[in-house]
Design a protein around this ligand. Structure first.
Ligand SMILES: Nc1ncnc2c1ncn2[C@@H]1O[C@H](COP(=O)(O)OP(=O)(O)OP(=O)(O)O)[C@@H](O)[C@H]1O
Ligand SMILES: [Mg+2]
Length: 244
């Protein structure tokens, strides 16, 4: 992937000749066909492309929840293949936040309990974890919903709980799959402002898959995917052509 950026920031994510196939024989799907991808610390990078082109697959490989067939993938210079599954789980728990396309909230837990999970997993005490989680839920406009379970929340509210859960432990890498799909324009902008605030630190990176052209202006760079490959990368000020 060519990178129209002057940034000399360290690499947050790097993949080279990354290949991921699903199934075999007649059912073989080549979801990633030799993907060279990089995202740098300090940037908010968006990935766009038609349904089925491999966006979620790429995110899943990057965050270490999905294996791959060949090539390489590294986060903050750590080759994913060099880590055991226990090491990868611990590394991911400390360094990566993930907003899933399907929110993946735990249905029997309240919003506050759902958001607290990453902090509890990182050894933070319950009282401190819940205080930080409540503050973040208030930041995304859900101060009245702390004790409510996901089933009683609207799609947009569930999405905001998922966003709070992904950033509560201040991950160095935040990976978001369609984070504004269920949000109205004003809530979407608010969420992007929050994410941008986290991304603009020199040691952190945010990668967002989106179809939502209303938020393109928040990106530092936009990578276009097509049919399992990165087709082009656009720098800041070069995104107008993506609105068509
Ligand atoms: N578990 C799976 N088993 C088999 N094929 C899969 C699986 N997951 C995804 N695929 C296929 O891999 C390709 C890429 O899927 P992926 O979910 O990465 O697309 P996407 O770009 O995220 O699409 P969307 O915008 O609809 O979310 C598609 O052809 C899809 O059908
Ligand atoms: Mg997807």
């Amino acid at each position: 992937m060519s990178a129209p950026t002057e940034s000399h920031q360290p690499l947050a994510v790097h993949t080279a000749a990354l290949v991921k196939n699903y199934g075999r024989g007649d059912n073989l799907v080549q979801a990633l066909k030799s993907v060279d991808f990089e995202a740098r610390c300090g940037e908010l990078l968006m990935i766009v492309g038609p349904s089925g082109c491999g966006k979620t697959t790429l995110l899943s490989v990057i965050c270490g929840t999905l294996g791959y067939d060949s090539g390489s993938a590294a986060i903050f210079g750590r080759d994913l293949a060099s880590m055991s599954s226990a090491q990868l789980t611990a590394f991911r728990g400390r360094n990566v936040g993930f907003i899933f396309q399907q929110f993946n909230l735990i249905p029997s837990w309240t919003a506050l309990e759902n958001v607290s999970v990453p902090l509890l997993l990182n050894g933070v005490g319950r009282a401190k974890a819940e205080k930080a989680s409540a503050a973040l839920l208030a930041e995304v406009g859900l101060q009245d919903k702390l004790k409510v379970r996901p089933g009683q929340l609207s799609g947009g509210q569930q999405q905001r709980v998922a966003i709070a859960r992904a950033i509560v432990h201040e991950p160095r890498l935040l990976i978001c799959d369609e984070p504004t799909a269920a949000l109205d324009a004003a809530s979407g902008r608010k969420v992007l402002e929050l994410l941008k605030q986290r991304a603009c630190r020199p040691d952190r990176c945010v990668i967002i898959v989106t179809h939502d052209s209303r938020i393109f202006s928040f990106a530092d760079r936009i990578a276009e995917m097509e049919d399992g490959q990165i087709k082009a990368v656009h720098g800041t000020g070069d995104t107008q052509k993506l609105y068509v």
